[in-house]
Design a protein around this ligand. Structure first.
Ligand code: LLP
Length: 429
């Protein structure tokens, strides 16, 4: 057996131990599993709304001209979206499907932004007909299609240009977006051309400039740089008589997966707001992960354990079809047993690979992770999983998607049914 290693740090709020049991708010998670089974995503409503309000309050403190749009791609559960809409957030959508969800959840169209490099003409038509706040344009070709569509519909299209500020920020290469080598946005020179064109076009109205430099970024400096770059560009346009209304600083604030700390939303908003407000523009932002990530956990049951060639494996009933982040980005998620070993806050822990049942070597939820000895039937919580967890789930290996549950104080409700095998036949002819 390997040497015991140091015990893991305290579970992030709102998941916490009480009497040796892991709770979400005031609900023992074992109770949720008994009722709903595993794998299941569990979200804390209090944490979700606390984080949403942190953004709204900080934005309101910076300027009355603000719009905080939740990046729906991080989590498109309808119940969660409804709560976020009700709290006063807008929605940043990336597809016709997300627009449909956002409208269904009750986000008012004037609080919806449409981002993304590949909007189709059909999606553009739907967005214009819905009367959304703005389309964020990512190429000259897209601008031309928006102009044509708007003219055909005889409605003026509000557009912002997404600039690629060529700023490197430390994060996983797959989720870094703000450099010229990435497919996102246009160069400052192209943005100037596009704003001039839009300004001269009868069916286009240039309203903003946007940037989004990447995701899971835990330093503030690159965000300050991006906000400043937007201000500089907007200033240049203003000199030409093209005055945009708002600057959209994107999302991207990281969360604390590894217990090393991450800036809080208020600090982030303060950083990006300072130059934007000083320059006299409205402030728009598109956070996703930092609102919903820490509010969610994925619960899974241990099916088997095995030792081979000096390695310990814990085979769980959740895998990369439920949570692909570790397989795709080598992402770290804290893993906590639902029940602490009796009378023991710091049970001996041994490194184990926590793997799923899927037929791929990459189907690993954690590598060499210090865990107490677990048995088949034991339950584990994979924390910080509220963002890009369910949203990136799939039916790979014929696996129905997991259930989702929302905890509110001492109550919980099912907010998405576990898929049945029948779902696997959906759309098959
Ligand atoms: N705005 C735009 C234009 C975006 O592309 C994104 C994320 C956001 C806002 C929200 O960023 P956030 O605040 O969530 O960092 N699947 C990856 C993350 C991909 C992020 C894509 N864009 C992951 O699991 O880490």
């Amino acid at each position: 057996m390997a040497e015991p290693v140091a015990s893991a740090p305290a579970a992030p709020v709102p998941f916490h131990y009480q009497g040796g049991q892991l709770y979400c708010e005031a609900v023992p998670l074992a109770e949720v599993v008994a009722a709903v089974g595993t794998p299941v995503y569990v979200y804390s409503q209090a944490e979700l709304l606390r984080r949403a309000r942190a953004y709204l309050d900080a934005a309101a403190a910076a300027t009355p001209r603000h719009l905080v749009c939740f990046a729906v791609k991080a989590n498109g559960n309808l119940t969660l979206l409804r709560w976020l809409a009700q709290a006063g957030l807008g929605a940043d959508v990336t597809s016709g499907g997300e627009l449909f969800l956002a409208q269904h959840a009750g986000f008012p169209p004037e609080k919806i932004l449409f981002s993304g490099v590949g909007k189709t003409r059909a999606e553009i038509e739907t967005a214009l007909a819905a009367g959304i706040h703005a389309l964020h344009v990512e190429s000259a070709m897209e601008l031309a299609v928006i102009a044509k569509t708007a003219a055909a519909l005889r409605c003026v299209a509000p557009i912002s240009v997404r600039v690629n500020p060529d700023i490197a920020a430390a994060t996983h290469p797959h989720i870094s977006t703000g450099q010229h080598a990435h497919k996102f946005g246009v160069t400052a020179g192209q943005a100037i051309q596009m704003l001039r064109e839009a300004n001269a076009h009868p069916w286009l109205r240039p309203v903003g400039l946007a940037a989004h430099i990447g995701s899971q970024i835990t330093e503030l400096a690159p965000f300050a740089q991006a906000a400043q770059a937007l201000c500089d560009l907007a200033g240049r346009m203003a000199e030409e008589g093209i005055a945009v209304e708002y600057l959209d600083v994107g999302g991207g604030l990281g969360i604390d997966y590894t217990n090393e700390g991450a800036p809080n939303p208020a600090d982030w908003v303060g950083t990006v707001a300072a130059p934007v407000v000083q320059a006299g523009y409205g402030l728009v932002m598109e956070p996703g992960r930092s609102i919903v990530g820490p509010a969610g956990a994925l619960l899974t049951q241990v099916i088997y354990t095995k030792q081979q060639a000096g390695k310990r494996f814990v085979v769980a009933d959740a895998g990369m079809s439920d949570l692909i982040r570790p397989a795709l980005y080598d992402a770290f998620h804290p893993i906590w047993p639902l029940r602490q070993a009796a009378g023991d806050q710091a049970a001996e822990r041994y490194p184990a690979d926590v793997v799923g049942p899927i037929c791929e070597t990459g189907d690993t939820l954690a590598r060499e992770r210090p865990l107490p000895a677990v048995q088949p039937g034991d339950l584990l919580a994979i924390l910080q999983a509220g963002a890009y967890g369910f949203a990136m789930s799939s039916n790979y290996n014929g696996r129905p998607k997991p259930a989702e549950v929302l905890v509110t104080g001492s109550e919980y409700q099912l907010i998405r049914q576990r898929q049945s095998y029948e779902h696997l036949l959906d759309g098959c002819l």
